[in-house]
Ligand binder design. Structure first.
Ligand SMILES: [Zn+2]
Length: 245
């Protein structure tokens, strides 16, 4: 591509307005395709939901452990109470009169009761832990349910967006083909070349004597040529095709 203003290519069958319209279609296509790609990357992406489910599973496991621990503490305490009962009976029936035997039995009972009191304390703690674990598990389960509902709604919305974008793109592609057919091959080629290096903006409007592609003021002779219809004139700075609307 030559640098600086190109000589006029003579009278063209295609007006620059048609080329500008083609660019509008192309830009819309680029935007819709990017949106479609974004939508498709989010379709089926359930990372957040899966993480919440994994957390709920962990809470369930913790709840089962806490329940088991509480049951074990309770069981031990019950076993101890069963041991204490006959010792107390023996002691209070008054059948034992031997002071030594009586003192021994008394000590045994006190020892058993101390142990029971300790066990009852830990059983109480285990019960608290169990309650907390149950609450956490229920909360995690609720989180999963609400995430599940919003996930389904979001996916439905994304599928709708995908369908809309796909039909838009198909329509734009048809429109693009029709527009391209009306444009001179040589001009179309130039458009594609500039488009590739100017992020899809090969045609720039002229406003206030400046190229709106690069914002640089155009020399008078370039402006004059661009203003006469049928002339293909490129910006002397960015080489975009100038469009005077
Ligand atoms: Zn320019």
């Amino acid at each position: 591509m030559a640098a600086g203003p190109l000589p006029s290519r003579g009278t063209l069958m295609t007006s620059i307005a048609e080329l500008y319209a083609l660019q509008e279609t192309d830009l819309e296509l680029v935007s819709d395709r990017a949106s479609l790609e974004d939508v498709q990357s989010r379709l089926g992406d359930s990372d957040e939901l899966e993480a919440a489910k994994a957390e709920a599973d962990e809470h369930d496991a913790a709840q089962r452990v806490a329940e088991k621990q509480f049951k074990e503490q309770e069981f031990e305490a019950d076993e101890l109470r069963k041991k204490i009962e006959p010792v107390e009976q023996k002691l209070y029936t008054g059948r034992i009169t031997n002071p030594k035997e009586l003192a021994d039995l008394q000590r045994e009972l006190e020892s058993l009761k101390r142990r029971l009191s300790e066990l009852e304390d830990t059983a109480l703690e285990a019960m608290d832990a169990q309650e907390q674990a149950q609450q956490a598990a229920a909360q995690a389960q609720q989180d999963v349910q609400s995430l599940d509902a919003s996930y389904l709604a979001e996916q439905e919305e994304l599928r709708q967006q995908q369908a809309n974008l796909e039909s838009n793109i198909a329509a734009l592609e048809g429109q693009r083909a029709e527009q391209a057919e009306q444009i001179d091959a040589e001009m179309l080629q130039l458009y594609e070349q500039i488009s590739a290096i100017r992020q899809g903006r090969a045609v720039a409007k002229v406003q206030g004597g400046a190229c709106q592609g690069c914002r640089i003021s155009l020399p008078q002779n370039v402006l004059q040529r661009a203003r006469s219809r049928g002339n293909l004139v490129q910006c002397s700075s960015c080489e975009r095709i100038l469009y005077v609307s």
